[in-house]
Ligand binder design. Sequence first.
Ligand code: PCA
Length: 215
Amino acid sequence: MKTILVTGFEPFGGDRINPSWEAIKPLQGCQVADAIIEVCQLPCIFDIALQHLNTAIDRTQPELVISVGQAGGRADISVERVAININDASIPDNKGNQPIDTPVISGGPVAYLSNLPIKTMVNTLRQAGIPASVSQTAGTFVCNHVMYGLLHYLTQNYPSARGGFIHVPYLPEQAKILFDTPSMTLELMTKALKVAIETAWENKSDTVVTGGAIH
Ligand code: PCA
């Protein structure tokens, strides 16, 4: 059996829950064609998150890695296009680190592009009735850091493996105390991530070449 590694994050920024972890937990052991999903929770801590991620990659030897994080305030499933070589934290991570304008990997390339079929994934999600879009920025906090570190590690050590990142909105229980803030139910998020993972597994490259309309 081949392996698909899916990571989510522990809660951060004072939250008691992180939907990225809650939504992927039920996918542990699920079969996708000839592959099995392995899930792993990452600490929301610069550098330490990458140590955990790299250890999980070495342990599971995945052909596909999808990391998932919370993007509070976003309204849909956002499939990230790019990770940049910048840490620029507006809040401290879970160890109190708050790097400003430092590189994720010193001497690394300016950016890595996702090597997932991002537009096909968005298209398939929309066809399944799930709000989704391509995002052009994963931010500059721990999620961008993990996406960049993931793509760097795969490029260096597992060049045939593919990787990328998906952001999910708040859960209703988080958004209910915030004014005018979108959310998505856990059930829909888990379904969305299953669809996204299956689509990424089945499509080695983007078959949807629509520009603009999928943003
Ligand atoms: N979201 C944060 C880090 C962990 C998470 O779930 C981010 O978007 O950077």
